[in-house]
Write a protein that binds this ligand. Structure first.
Ligand SMILES: Nc1ncnc2c1ncn2[C@@H]1O[C@H](COP(=O)(O)OP(=O)(O)OP(=O)(O)O)[C@@H](O)[C@H]1O
Ligand SMILES: [Mg+2]
Length: 232
């Protein structure tokens, strides 16, 4: 079953001579419960595509359907509800609240929505993400990898239909990066989480079930292993 369908998606930034065609007619279907990596050179359109799928930006033309919801039909308020209930976001910068503990950071999206986590799921999550002993620590007391694990837990706590990660290992050294990736992959395997991840790192992309390459706002499927170099 496809959880994301993208049809004929176009997005241009700017006008006239300075116009940048960030997305140039993207068609894509993403299967539920799979880990898809999106690779491509800097400026190829990876973040723009992820932002469209997550309802953070709107296309000029085309459709995005996530978990049966056609985003073009939503008003701004409904889009906010869509993002909160359906999508978890993980970024290169961890964006944790420094004055909240690890536990409070993880529960922050739920507390905003006025709900609390399923206790078993919270416990399972902090166990899986190796945060059990750090629940009362503050973000700055954790390593970069630890902080990113908190950001992942925060993104997953509401059980989103879709986890979108934009260069989640971009600020980590290779050991922490591999560790965070391993845990993201484990969330796909353990909870059948659907994950779409942008990355420059081919080694990391190869941990995915499927690799998609974007070039100049167009999609190329990568089926036969890498036969090209990524330049950034
Ligand atoms: N808000 C914006 N205003 C103007 N141009 C933009 C905007 N967002 C993206 N662009 C342009 O659209 C193109 C695609 O950008 P995008 O950020 O999607 O690329 P990317 O593949 O994520 O790159 P990177 O690997 O560096 O993160 C680039 O040329 C970029 O400069
Ligand atoms: Mg980007």
């Amino acid at each position: 079953m496809d959880i994301v369908t993208v049809q004929h998606l176009y997005k241009t930034f700017g006008k006239g001579e300075s116009a940048v065609h960030a997305l140039n007619g993207i068609d894509l279907a993403i299967e539920k419960g799979k880990f898809t990596a999106v690779i491509g050179a800097s400026g190829s359109g990876k973040t723009t595509l992820l932002n469209m799928i997550g309802g953070l930006d709107t296309p000029d033309k085309g459709e995005v359907i996530v978990d049966g919801i056609r985003l073009s039909g939503l008003k701004e308020k409904e889009l906010a509800v869509f993002r909160r209930s359906k999508v978890g976001f993980v970024y290169q910068s961890f964006n944790l609240v420094p004055t909240l503990t690890v536990r409070e950071n993880i529960l922050f999206p739920l507390s905003l929505a006025g709900s609390s986590p399923e206790p078993d799921f919270y416990s399972e999550m902090i166990e899986l993400l190796h945060l059990k002993d750090r629940q009362n620590a503050y973000p700055q007391e954790l390593s970069g990898g630890g902080q990113q694990r908190v950001a992942i837990a925060r993104a997953l706590i509401a059980k989103p239909a879709l986890l979108l990660a934009d260069e989640p290992t971009g600020n980590l050294d290779s050991k922490n990066g591999q560790n965070v990736l391993g845990l993201l992959k484990l969330s796909v395997e353990t909870w059948h989480q659907t994950l779409v991840m942008n990355t420059h790192n081919l080694e990391i992309a190869q941990m995915a079930d499927r690799i998609i390459r974007i070039e100049d706002g167009r999609i190329y499927e990568q089926e036969d292993g890498p036969c090209w170099q990524i330049t950034t």
